[in-house]
Design a protein around this ligand. Structure first.
Ligand code: GLU
Length: 380
């Protein structure tokens, strides 16, 4: 398949360094060109449509659906308030709260020139990691797309403490890709791709340690990102089965050129595309506990795609509820899978190692034949 031309759901991420062009303030001319390019690659969400709903729906399927992930809030707030340096996290958070207003108001005006409404979506990691919130976010995006509205996402900096932070908008962009089921993520950066000492790499099918080391050495000053975090984001996207491109955001017509397949950046191509629920399981959630699995059951899971039954459970670590995501480990504690568990930890301790036919007599009921059903399980 042509990764680019056939991509219908696209996440475009633009970083602070690109938005400011290295200066102190947002570069509105650049943002105008970005808006024009986004409109031009989407078509379907570009025209003002007064007949709304049904027609808008149809138009969506005809064209592309784009979500923009934009940084720049902290920088905008800083320059608006005339602050020199921001040290404390709370200062950055407060500057982001100020700057986010400016950022969105600029985007709103620029996109409206093309008849496109925009929506502000602020997310934290928990909004992706907690299944119910993830589904809520997904529904909201879906409705915005149906309405022909362009979602513009940033991290919810006000509440994003270390624990729940994406860290930077690179990771956020990859995970937004997961939320909206993207088939392409485009990272607009201030470098034109990923470099090894031998030169620019056009296509990457696997991220190696050597690449991570090369990336660690490069750092861009303005955003929190840099190449290292871009590679981490690329890894997340690839593992979710989403191709990702890093390209220079200031190349003329960069979006059109990427979409038309021109090799102006670095393309990361995934090897597999998991079903939607498994993609979420593989990346988003933190696990709540661990289930130690015997070797026979582990081999059945790994090589024959089987579910985990109570008989395969040796031990249970931690406290979890039914519906939580847990890690499955071998007898030496090595994690080999993650899955959504149908038993809570107390129940599971009581039935560990038992044949399924014995469950009801021990618990008085049977939550499920499987402890972790294969549809709710992903190998890691
Ligand atoms: N959320 C931050 C902002 O809008 C940017 C984070 C990043 O640099 O990626 O300023």
């Amino acid at each position: 398949m042509n990764v680019f031309r056939e991509a219908k759901r696209i996440v475009i991420k633009v970083g602070t360094a690109v938005l400011t062009g290295g200066g102190e303030e947002l570069d509105i001319d650049y943002m105008a060109s970005l808006a024009r390019q986004i409109v031009s690659i989407t078509h379907s969400i570009t025209q003002r449509d007064d007949s709304k709903t049904a027609a808008a729906d149809e138009k969506q399927t005809a064209g592309r659906i784009v979500t923009l992930v934009s940084s720049g809030a902290i920088r905008a707030g800083k320059s608006q308030l005339g602050l020199i340096d921001l040290h404390a996290i709370s200062e950055k958070q407060a500057a982001a709260a100020v700057g986010q207003v400016q950022l969105m108001s600029i985007y709103r005006d620029l996109f409206w020139r093309h008849g496109v409404h925009v929506a502000q979506v602020l997310l934290t990691r928990d909004d992706v990691a907690v299944r119910q919130r993830f589904l809520n976010a997904r529904n909201t995006f879906q409705k915005l797309f149906e309405w022909g509205v362009l979602p513009i996402v940033n991290e919810n900096d006000t509440v994003a403490t270390e624990e729940i932070k994406f860290g930077d908008n690179d990771q956020l962009a990859a995970l937004v890709g997961l939320v909206i089921d993207a088939d392409l993520v485009i990272m607009l950066s201030d470098v034109d791709g990923f470099y090894l000492p031998s030169g620019k790499v056009d296509v990457v099918t696997q991220i190696t340690d050597e690449m991570m080391e090369a990336a660690e050495e490069s750092k861009s000053g303005l955003g929190t990102g840099g190449m290292y975090s871009k590679l981490q984001a690329a890894k997340v996207a690839m593992d979710c089965g989403i191709p990702l491109v890093i390209a220079h955001g200031r190349h003329p017509d960069v979006l059109e050129r990427v979409i038309s397949g021109e090799a102006i950046g670095t393309l990361f191509i995934p090897r597999r595309r998991l079903p939607a629920k498994k993609r979420w399981l593989a990346y988003a959630p933190k696990t709540r506990g661990r289930i130690v699995v015997n070797e026979g059951a582990m081999l059945q899971i790994l090589h024959h795609g089987k579910s985990l039954l109570p008989a395969g459970v040796i031990a249970v670590e931690g406290k979890f509820d039914a519906g939580d995501v847990v890690a499955l480990t071998d007898e030496h504690g090595r994690i080999f899978a993650k899955g959504m568990v149908a038993y809570n930890s107390d129940e599971l301790r009581r039935v560990a190692g038992l044949h399924t036919s014995k469950i009801e007599s021990v618990l008085g009921y049977k939550p499920s034949d499987e402890v972790v059903h294969r549809n709710n399980l992903v190998i890691v």
